[in-house]
Ligand binder design. Sequence first.
Ligand SMILES: NC(=O)c1ccc[n+]([C@@H]2O[C@H](COP(=O)([O-])OP(=O)(O)OC[C@H]3O[C@@H](n4cnc5c(N)ncnc54)[C@H](OP(=O)(O)O)[C@@H]3O)[C@@H](O)[C@H]2O)c1
Length: 451
Amino acid sequence: MPTQILTIGLAGLGTVGGGLVTLLKKNADIIERRTGRRIRLKRVLVHNIRKKRQELPDGAQLTDKLTDLTDDPEIDAVVEVIGGKDTARTLIARALDQGKHVVTANKALLAEEGLPLFEKAKEKKRIFRYEASVAGAIPIVQALKDSLASNHICALTGILNGTSNYILSQMTANSLDFATALAEATEKGYAEADPSLDIDGFDTAHKLILLLRLSFGLHYDFAKLPIQGIRDIAAFDIRLAQQLGYHIKLIGQARDTTRTDAHGTPLVEAAVFPALVSHSFLLARVEGSFNAVHIKADAAGSLFFHGRGAGDLPTASAVLADLLAVAREEYPNNTGFALDIPKASLVSPEEWTSCYYVRLMVHDSPGVLRDIAGCMANENVSMSKVLQDEGDASGRVPLVLMTHETSQRSMDRAIQAIRDKLNVREIVCFKVLSWPRSACPLFLPVRERAA
Ligand SMILES: NC(=O)c1ccc[n+]([C@@H]2O[C@H](COP(=O)([O-])OP(=O)(O)OC[C@H]3O[C@@H](n4cnc5c(N)ncnc54)[C@H](OP(=O)(O)O)[C@@H]3O)[C@@H](O)[C@H]2O)c1
């Protein structure tokens, strides 16, 4: 019996597209054994058709016309790995309209403008897959959509950006300051010429929005997500955190509060922020450019996924796995939820509770600690630990306070009081990652509705 062929169009021949071409050639045998089909690459869309490229498989042709992929009746599926939003959106929408299945790695597009594309895929009954858009090679999309589909997800916590994690790892291991670690990341190809998407937390935020949708079946508006990056982290705080038994990591976290708003919409907490992570947590040991995701699910319990979040072959591995699902014609389960995806209701960031690390530069004089503790106590913030380090030439000493769990509102007010009343100018404050949380029981309680 002749082997049936899946014909594809590939948009983008950069890092990921190039990796996919390599893998299609290298692993052709396993593709055929697993699906019973061969994948034929017919067209490759690029920006600059004259650029020198790797050799394409026999019969594949370059083009700079989007419709050569979307409108070719022979092409069954389109892979979008050009990145950016405008052309990618047009390409995906048109491919779906023309009856093609689509595979993409485009987290920015899916996080900010994904819902209409999911709706279109549903309407057209097309497969629309995006495993590579979150955490590269780690099969987290599939795990949340399928393997954990029988669970309520209580919380997910991830290190989702390899560039930031590489920079923080280098600052920790080699006592580098942020600028030196960033320059090293750029030289090694881990950071883009414009690294702001990575170091200001937006890339982590895009992935968090996708994970939140897959976990809770809710849409979280990207514009409303609190996002803080790593630009302002000082080597000094990394060293002090280490003395206290923590690593500083850029974290994306979403938690189900088990409450609803007055309209019955589930309330979730979600944010991107640098946090102190205890040495005893696996997340603290995620080094270099690696990614990791911790999931807490009501039946399965704790799960930890770790692997390469970027790079040509690791990302192409996820893209190709999606293509294999297309080749098997797996029933479209694009969002992981059969019903529509409602908007998430958000817990105000001020109400988030956490333990905190607060570092202040103070003059070493009697009564300073008492006054600071007074400002904290006035806002019901209680301290769990105090550390005083060596002073600088001006006679100021760093004072580190670790707090018990408190709301961000109380913490902000206490810090403002310390600034205003005690005239302390340099105050740095980070959340301390709380995990495992007692608020995440094995089985979620029935949701409480807000008054
Ligand atoms: N790199 C990773 O490790 C990684 C990991 C996970 C997800 N992703 C996602 O995968 C996507 C691609 O990333 P990448 O790193 O492979 O990008 P890249 O190396 O910059 O490659 C982009 C490719 O798309 C082509 N292209 C760009 N704009 C185009 C346009 N308007 N029309 C036609 N072709 C266009 C470029 O053509 P030319 O070659 O002619 O310039 C290039 O071949 C992005 O959405 C990214 O977020 C990447």
